[in-house]
Design a protein around this ligand. Structure first.
Ligand code: IPD
Length: 264
């Protein structure tokens, strides 16, 4: 009853319009509010972009549910839930960096089946359908082959709470000696979709929310990457790991004893 390709097409159209709105508003943007901590900022454009996305999705599909990062959700009865991060990489956005994006995923009965991730300043549109592959600007994506851990460029991110960051810094000290190098790009959507294009070989982060990984994670998994949690479980707030199979297990085995899924 819910055609994933139609859901993908709607996600792409809405992400394109939302990205254009957000890009126009980037210059001169200031902090509107803070959330979980003083470093967890929200701008007026996070809210305006989420409002636009909600309006467009509900105009097209009034009975769907929406979960939005900025709280602009909707209840629904159709079995479809949209998982929306209007501006992923808000701190980058605030500082004039190009590395931020709009992420829209569609779940049917709790499974992400369609996704769009738009990086407006890069002019890139990623999309994916479960079982149907992922694309960048319409071209099929296949992630580069795995490399061994000691040749992997690994991306990660930090949460907003000081005690969590302290533990994340400890984990990092146990990771950097075993890998090619580390990157902290500032947007999970950019990091995770970027793995499908070979920008990084692996990614891990504790404390993500479902809107950070739902759409980018489908783009990555449909490009041949494994997206999960520790010990091969599902991705969760505790830990998200993304890598080619094989490298995934190597990184998993490194992260587990370091307590990467804990706050120390
Ligand atoms: C954040 C970014 C960042 C990651 C944080 C996320 P937001 O999303 O993806 O890279 O490290 O965990 O919360 O708050 O900018 O949408």
């Amino acid at each position: 009853p819910h055609d994933p390709e139609k859901l993908r097409d709607l996600a792409v159209a809405v992400a394109a319009e939302a990205g254009e709105l957000a890009a126009k508003g980037q210059e001169g943007i200031t902090v509107l509010d803070t959330k979980s901590s003083p470093t967890d900022v929200v701008t007026e454009m996070d809210r305006a972009t989420e409002d636009l996305i909600r309006e467009r999705l509900l105009a097209a599909r009034p009975h769907d549910a929406i979960l939005g990062e900025e709280g602009g959700g909707a209840e629904g009865t159709s079995g479809v839930r949209w998982v929306v991060d209007p501006i992923d990489g808000t701190v980058n956005y605030l500082y004039g960096s190009p590395d931020w994006g709009v992420a829209i995923g569609a779940e049917v009965d709790g499974v992400v089946v369609a996704a769009a991730v738009h990086l407006p300043v890069h002019g890139q549109m990623f999309d994916a359908v479960l079982g149907g592959g992922s694309r960048l600007d319409g071209r099929t994506l296949r992630a580069p082959d795995r490399v061994p851990l000691d040749r992997a460029l690994v991306a990660t991110g930090f949460g907003y709470l000081p005690e969590r960051r302290l533990q994340q810094a400890r984990v990092l000290t146990g990771v950097v000696q075993h890998i090619r190098d580390i990157r902290r790009g500032g947007s999970a959507a950019v990091d995770i979709t970027g793995m499908a294009t070979g920008r990084y070989n692996a990614y891990y982060e504790r404390g993500l929310h479902i809107w950070d990984w739902a759409a980018p994670g489908l783009v990555a998994s449909e490009a041949g990457l494994r997206v999960g949690g520790l010990h091969g479980g599902p991705p969760s707030n505790d830990l998200v790991i993304v890598a080619r199979p094989g490298l995934y297990e190597e990184l998993d085995a490194l992260l587990a004893p370091l307590g990467a899924d804990t706050d120390g």
